[in-house]
Design a protein around this ligand. Structure first.
Ligand code: DO4
Ligand code: MG
Length: 286
């Protein structure tokens, strides 16, 4: 089933029906058995028709996040290791990426607080001081406060390859800025873990034409989802749970950089599609 966050609650979509509920988001999702809880709740909820759902989902959809921190894993796919090694060749840091891909401990980094996260249909930003910017399509986990995966969403880990490539210690600046993360369109909650043949696709459109399109599957992820989760929760508490982006599996060719007004569409089987529009942060916004 899918849970969509809207301004005054949530909509649960299950077996072709849409159910409306007014519930605080954090309390709703931070559960030990979210799938079981929602299944038991459904018979008590009001069903809304498709028209109302489309209207709410079209005008009122929010990123499926409450007060949680967003973290990210890096270099978890061969394609990411390769791209990072190329972009950092001149700085001499290529070895770091090779080593972390093979190492026991994964790369995990803090990505965003909720106010920096864009939802489906919203703008993501590229930095004015970056000459090389890319979206990173990432399967993203919702992990409850006890450290157990309860749901999945689609993440976009917007990144500056020129800033990270110049010096690996600039990673926080390459990765953390306004609207550098997007999550959505919903939280997918299932009884079983996502199958390994789950496809991840990304398409970038510019002025009505596709300028990039590629896909792969979650099977290429080097580490298990529980391994990544285990490291994140080793020495950190997350009272309302957390979101963890699991690393990019697709990187556009090296001569590609995002431009203002590009449309980035990321689709993951079972979850849906997350679409965002690229722009610069308005100059007068604090
Ligand atoms: O090592 C830098 C970041 C890697 C990353 O974000 C990814 O592999 O997705
Ligand atoms: Mg990433």
């Amino acid at each position: 089933m899918k849970i969509f966050k809207i301004s005054d609650g949530a909509i649960i979509q299950h077996q072709g029906l849409n159910y409306r509920l007014r519930h605080d988001w954090d309390t709703l999702i931070n559960r030990e058995n979210l799938h079981g809880y929602l299944s038991a709740l459904l018979p008590h909820l009001t069903v809304i028709d498709d028209k109302i759902f489309s209207n709410l989902a079209g005008n009122d959809l929010l990123a499926p996040i409450g007060t949680q921190e967003v973290w990210a894993a890096g270099v978890t796919y061969l394609r990411s290791r390769e791209a990072r090694m190329e972009e950092s060749a001149e700085s001499g840091a290529a070895d770091l990426y090779d080593k972390v891909y093979e190492a026991e401990r994964p790369e995990l980094f803090f990505k965003a607080l909720p106010h920096r996260v864009a939802g489906h249909g919203q703008h993501v930003y590229i930095r004015r001081d970056s000459s090389w910017s890319v979206p990173e399509p990432e399967l993203t986990l919702f992990i409850n406060s006890k450290g157990n995966i309860q749901g999945y969403t689609i993440g976009n880990d917007m990144s500056s390859r020129s800033i990270e490539g110049e010096n690996a210690l600039y990673l926080p600046q390459a990765k953390i800025y306004e609207r550098s993360a997007a999550l959505g369109p919903c939280l997918y909650v299932s009884e079983q873990p996502l199958p390994s043949d789950t496809a991840i696709k990304m398409k970038i459109r510019r002025a009505g034409s596709d300028v990039y399109s590629d896909e792969t599957t979650v099977a290429r992820l080097k580490r298990s989802l529980t391994e990544l989760t285990g490291y994140l929760y080793r020495e950190c508490d997350f009272p309302t749970g957390s979101f963890l982006m699991t690393g990019t599996c697709l990187v556009p060719p090296n001569d590609f950089t995002l431009q203002e007004r590009d449309e980035v569409a990321i689709s993951i089987d079972h979850i849906g599609s997350l679409i965002n529009y690229v722009s610069y942060k308005p100059k007068n916004r604090s």
